[in-house]
Design a protein around this ligand. Structure first.
Ligand code: C5P
Length: 237
């Protein structure tokens, strides 16, 4: 556990500086929030589960040609990462209609999409992460056109790797959110986490939700669902 004050504290993670200016330590917390922190909760083991899932997936994504900030898992709840400047644009990739996409467009959850949909949101707690388009991000200086082209390319590459990876483990990857960072060299890398907090996972056979919608929608069984996802993610097939 770190004793110094975090550089940044988010809803589910803290980021600490290290003795090495090029590296941070990320600590995953047990806190859960939804609807822009209007709903709050926590359960024991959530941070450790999300840390373990992310620490398992990021090296596999690296092997698949996606550069990431991940260096190593340090403990149950901590990982060492490369220090990046986070691009304040959250990237959502959708395989299947669900969540805010259905609300916005009047669709039934579960409708397959003809092709993956990439959406951008402005990363702002104060504004509730509003949907934007790439012109907005470029005009307001949040990312360059070249950065966004690369971010979209990497986001779709993550989708192309993860969708069959989860399918082989009995899970439909419905949608997910990514964040990207910039290294001092200017290189864009995948940052943040990939976990049941940031993805929708539906059991391929039963349709059971194995993600944060259990918490958001008061379905119960969130700890069990997250533990099940850790089992599936780390399963050799
Ligand atoms: O709510 P919505 O349907 O837009 O969410 C799409 C995907 O992005 C879901 O997998 C959700 O968990 C994730 N997401 C997230 N953080 C946000 C908004 C959405 O991880 N701030």
């Amino acid at each position: 556990m770190n004793s110094t004050a975090p550089l940044y504290e988010g809803k589910a993670k803290k980021v600490f500086a290290t003795e090495n200016a090029g590296e941070y330590i990320v600590e995953y917390k047990d806190d859960a929030t939804a609807f822009n922190a209007q709903k709050r909760g926590e359960w024991a083991g959530k941070g450790a589960t999300n840390n373990a899932i992310t620490a398992h997936l990021y090296p596999l994504l690296e092997e698949a040609g996606i550069p990431t900030h991940f260096i190593a898992k340090l403990s149950d709840t901590e990982q060492r990462v490369k220090a990046v400047t986070i691009v304040p644009v959250e990237v959502i990739v959708r395989n299947v209609a669900a969540g805010s996409f259905c609300k916005r467009l009047g669709l039934e959850e579960g409708e397959s999409l003809g092709r993956p949909v990439v959406e951008y949101c402005y990363k702002s707690d104060a504004l509730g992460d509003p949907l934007i388009n790439s012109d907005t991000a470029i005009a307001l200086g949040w990312a360059s056109e070249a950065d966004l082209t690369r971010i979209r390319e990497l986001a779709l590459k993550v989708r192309d790797f993860l969708t069959p990876y989860f399918e082989a483990r009995g899970v439909r990857l419905i949608d997910f959110k990514l964040e990207f960072g910039k290294l001092p060299s200017g290189e864009i890398v995948l940052a943040d986490e990939i976990s049941p907090d940031t993805c929708r996972f539906w059991d391929a056979e039963t349709g059971e939700r194995l993600d944060k919608d259990r918490f958001r929608r008061d379905l119960g069984g969130e700890a069990e669902a997250y533990a099940e996802m850790l089992k599936r993610v780390t399963k050799e097939v």
